[in-house]
Design a protein around this ligand. Structure first.
Ligand SMILES: Nc1ncnc2c1ncn2[C@@H]1O[C@H](COP(=O)(O)OP(=O)(O)OP(=O)(O)O)[C@@H](O)[C@H]1O
Ligand SMILES: [Mg+2]
Length: 297
């Protein structure tokens, strides 16, 4: 359904001596019809950048994004805007997605107006349906963002995101800023809507327990790369990084010496001299692992 091929993103930084930050480094990723792929990894590993690249909200430095067999990286702006209806993002901070000066009704109705889809009566009926679908009261529509709770606001963002029947949604830590007491209900809502509307999710989180609950498959990101991906990753982790993430082993801190080999080299409890060369991703019974331990030599 949506596929990223050899995606990289380098952010240029430094005014005089140009230094690049490699946020995403040669990633292959695929999210299938009606599937949830959870993307986990520590802060700064490149999860949000990868999610935004798949939506072409961030332009990749290299690589391709294929959505429904169309190469998005080659589309002109107008075509891309048309396809955008089918792809949405639910961000960590719901207030980022909504205009604080607008009533919530107008925020939910905006996608119809941008794409000139519904007349006024249709628009009203659809907005009312949407607000019901996300479990909120119609009365809320007259309020402004600062007049509702974080959980309610995230539900409004969700209503807006599903307004145009998307096929793919990037959920970027959609509940991490919410009160613990409402997190589960928002996650349940997202899972419910996925089933009802047949959508695919890339679900970004650093909550491993949550990833296990929502995901069909899990991808583990480290330093811009997917180091392990598949089913049962958290029950039976193969990559040394995944094992440290789960607390099964402890990372070892050594002097940094390898810019070219495996990115986990300096911290890896299982490293050997082979690891000075970058490992390839190997596939075995549905699991993909980027580690020399599993490469044939
Ligand atoms: N617009 C930008 N300009 C420069 N560097 C950026 C930009 N956005 C992200 N980065 C850098 O790219 C790297 C990956 O960032 P990203 O936000 O994708 O990580 P993340 O895994 O989503 O982290 P978090 O869990 O904290 O959200 C980081 O080193 C970050 O500082
Ligand atoms: Mg992020």
């Amino acid at each position: 359904m949506i596929k990223g091929i050899n995606l990289s993103k380098i952010y240029e930084s430094g005014f005089i001596s140009k230094k690049g930050i490699v946020a995403v480094d040669g990633v292959d990723i695929e999210i299938r019809e009606q599937e949830t792929l959870a993307l986990v990894g520590e802060s700064g590993s490149g999860k949000s950048t990868l999610g935004r690249i798949l939506l072409l909200l961030t332009k990749p430095t290299s690589g391709k994004v294929i959505f429904d067999r169309v190469d998005l990286t080659r589309l002109r702006n107008r075509k891309l805007r048309d396809l955008r209806r089918k792809m949405q993002i639910i961000p960590q901070h719901p207030e980022d997605a909504l205009d604080p000066r607008w009533k919530l009704y107008d925020s939910i109705a905006e996608p119809f107006r941008i794409h000139k889809i519904a007349g006024k009566d249709d628009e009203e009926e659809t907005v009312h349906k949407l607000i019901e679908l996300v479990g909120l009261d119609q009365e809320l529509l007259r309020r402004y963002p600062h007049e509702v709770s974080g959980g309610e606001l995230q539900r409004v963002v969700i209503a807006r995101a599903i307004a145009l029947n998307p096929k793919f949604i990037v959920c970027d830590e959609p509940t991490s800023m919410l009160d613990v007491s409402v997190q589960a209900s928002v996650v349940n809502l997202l899972m419910d809507l996925q089933r009802k509307l047949s959508m695919s999710y890339l679900f970004i989180t650093h909550d491993l327990e949550l990833a296990d609950i929502v995901a069909d498959r899990i991808a583990v990101m480290y330093a811009g790369q997917i180091v392990e991906e598949g089913i049962g990753v958290l029950k039976d982790p193969l990559h040394p990084y995944t094992q440290t993430l789960l607390g099964i082993t402890t990372p070892i801190s050594r002097e940094a010496i390898t810019p070219r080999g495996c990115k986990f080299y300096n911290l890896c409890p299982e490293r050997s001299s082979k690891c000075l060369n970058a490992p390839k991703t190997v596939e075995m019974s549905g699991r993909r692992v980027k580690c020399h331990l599993y490469m044939e030599h």
